[in-house]
Design a protein around this ligand. Structure first.
Ligand SMILES: Cc1cc2nc3c(=O)[nH]c(=O)nc-3n(C[C@H](O)[C@H](O)[C@H](O)COP(=O)(O)O)c2cc1C
Length: 189
């Protein structure tokens, strides 16, 4: 069984990446293959809206998105994290979300469970907007949106690794991961 985690922070050891890694721990403990994709290590261009995917059935932009397309196909579950940038997901993550357009008719993620994580520096800094953006994208892709304790995981943190001092948030990320895992297993994907 395979879970993919997509980290939307361009910073190494960003707080949202750390929470993502915690969310993936339950999968690791359950013997799953855990595959993490970091936008900080990938080159993924924005969608050009050239519509060649609609004509020839695949995206002509030759970059790391081709790996993500494959991961969408073979994964059994997905967890996505993002920093809050101007009350939105990071532009690097948005490129990945938009580029799903090229495989939309294939529905590679349909029926698979997913969870979302957002980190911003401000209290009410837009974390819930980011959670909503990720879950709305997931719904558009047919993903079964799984909550954590309440909703997706939201956290307030700023400097890289600050979140390590917030045990409650790290625990909440693991709860999110456990819930996604439980749904995946009940679906027997
Ligand atoms: C371009 C930019 C825009 C930002 N906009 C917001 C914002 O709207 N709300 C907020 O709470 N924090 C904002 N932040 C702060 C980041 O969300 C915060 O530093 C967070 O920890 C980043 O996540 P990361 O540690 O995973 O990189 C912004 C940071 C940058 C660089």
């Amino acid at each position: 069984m395979n879970v993919i985690g997509i980290s939307g922070t361009p910073r190494k050891n960003g707080n949202s990446e750390i929470l993502l890694r915690h969310a993936l721990k339950p999968f690791e403990n359950d013997g799953w293959n855990v595959n993490i994709y970091l936008v900080s290590e990938l080159t993924i261009n924005p969608c050009k809206a050239c519509d060649s995917c609609q004509e020839i059935g695949s995206c002509t932009t030759d970059d790391d998105m081709q790996r993500i397309y494959d991961a969408f196909r073979w994964c059994n579950a997905i967890v996505i994290s993002s920093p809050v940038y101007y009350r939105n997901v990071s532009p690097q993550l948005l490129s990945i979300l938009d580029r799903h357009y090229a495989v939309e008719s294939e529905k590679p993620l349909a029926g698979k469970p997913g969870g979302a994580i957002a980190v911003g520096r401000g209290t009410s800094g837009g974390q819930t907007i980011v959670i909503n953006a990720i879950y709305r994208w997931m719904l558009s892709c047919g993903v079964i949106c799984v909550p954590g304790e309440l909703n997706g995981v939201t956290a307030v943190a700023d400097k890289p690794s600050d979140i390590l001092n917030q045990k409650n948030r790290l625990d909440q990320a693991e709860v999110l991961g456990s819930n996604v895992l439980r749904v995946a297993k009940s679906l027997q994907l």
